[in-house]
Design a protein around this ligand. Structure first.
Ligand code: UD1
Ligand code: UDP
Length: 359
């Protein structure tokens, strides 16, 4: 069996790493095709280095652009590679334009697609990711659903049961594999001058939030009010899209500590001891839940409802007063919920299934 792994952004590298680790350990054949959707050192290479991933065999250097441009460039270039490089299955994870292009290029050539993190739905078609999720799920041959809830969604959409496998989410594998390593290798508390549990951690990057001036200003105002009310630092490792939008909207930020995007070990360590996490990221909602850190989600919906069900997360939207209100509630929450995303062996299960189906 030979697996063609298509990835291109920060969360895909982090969530694919546990699968690559198993493929490497078992001496199985695979190659990595990197679209280059993310390309800055701290959004891309640093994760390959820290997670010990081998170099991508192909890097398409597609870079940034409008959705159509970016996805179109990827399609053309991915198709060329998949045509010339033998493989039995194309594996993608998540919901980015890279994932859509990888799946679409493959399926149009008649190749089998495996979708890791299948069956997530926010039911908000304004999110580019929601469109990608639906399309990729419906053209995949193997759907690796992280939870039974995700499986039920796929079944309700008419996807045949035999294509769906509940495996857990590989983000659990990543957290378990790297938290202890982080403890040995980095000390982000010292670097940032914060005390454990004595700070809030924020990440904001969703297109529908940061490209919308009113929403972005609302979120930043909420973070500033939290800083004042709790008298604790709010650390915001800023995503390049958000950084770009701050400049475009000419927004001046007060009271929030904006830092560059962090490497994975530092981010995980910072997240694990935050008093509370405020985020619009998908992966960060999951990680906070796994780490037992309360989360306030800066969105009106989530495709990770399991985090709400167990009481680890609440939706606050983008209104500053609502963000503060939800933060007050969650800040005093005891973190005794169960992790709904699996046991940290998702990577193992996915490789086993790939082997049984395509080996
Ligand atoms: C993409 C995904 C989103 C995911 C996020 C993970 C889509 C539609 N969106 O959003 O689902 O949550 O990645 O982080 O696929 N930029 C850089 N350096 C980089 C990458 C981007 O400076 O390495 C800047 C550029 O100005 C670029 C902007 O960020 O225009 C947005 O990048 P893009 O890849 O289009 O989308 P993300 O917002 O990163
Ligand atoms: N992350 C990181 N450094 C940061 C911010 C996030 O390593 O400064 C990691 C985080 O641990 C999580 C992933 O990036 O695993 C989430 O990616 P992102 O928020 O960019 O995308 P999403 O999950 O929303 O698609």
């Amino acid at each position: 069996m030979k697996v063609a792994i298509v990835l291109g952004t920060r969360p895909e590298i982090i969530k694919m790493a546990p699968i690559v680790r198993v493929l490497e350990r078992d001496g199985l054949d695979y190659f990595i095709l990197h679209t280059g959707q993310h390309y800055s050192y701290n959004m891309d290479r640093v994760f390959f280095e820290q997670l010990g991933l081998p170099e991508a065999t192909f890097n398409l250097d597609v870079g940034s652009g409008s959705h159509g441009e970016q996805t179109g460039r990827m399609l053309i270039k991915i198709e060329r590679v998949l045509r010339s490089e033998a493989h039995d299955v194309v594996l993608v994870v998540g919901d980015t334009n890279t994932v859509l292009a990888g799946a679409l290029a493959a399926v149009k050539l008649g190749f089998k697609v495996g979708h890791v993190e299948a069956g997530l739905r926010s039911y908000d078609r304004e999110m580019p990711e929601e469109v990608n999720r639906v399309l990729v799920d419906h053209c995949s041959d193997s759907l690796f659903a992280p939870t039974e809830k995700a499986e039920r969604i796929l079944l309700s959409e008419g996807i045949p049961e035999e294509k769906i496998f509940v495996t857990g989410n590989t983000i659990v594998d990543s957290v378990y594999q790297n938290l202890e390593i982080a403890g040995r290798k980095v000390n982000i508390y010292e670097e940032l001058g914060v005390e454990k549990c004595g700070y809030f951690l924020a990440t904001v990057h969703r297109q529908e939030n940061v490209d919308n001036e009113r929403r972005f200003r609302g979120i930043l105002k909420g973070l500033e009010m939290i800083r004042e009310e709790f008298d604790l630092p709010v650390i915001y490792p800023i995503h390049p899209r958000a950084e770009r939008q701050l400049k475009i909207f000419n927004i001046e930020v007060n009271g929030i500590e904006i830092v560059k995007p962090l490497d994975y070990l530092s981010f995980l360590q910072l997240e694990s001891s935050a008093k509370l996490v405020l985020t619009d990221s998908g992966g960060v909602q999951e990680e906070a839940c796994i780490l037992g850190v309360p989360c306030v989600t800066l969105r009106y919906n989530t495709e990770r409802p399991e985090t709400l069900d167990v009481g680890a997360n609440v939706l606050a939207g983008t209104d500053p007063h609502e963000i503060v209100k939800k933060t007050r509630i969650m800040a005093n929450k005891r973190s005794c919920w169960e992790n709904p995303f699996g046991d940290g062996k998702a990577g193992e299960r996915i490789v086993q299934i790939l082997w049984e189906k395509y080996g």
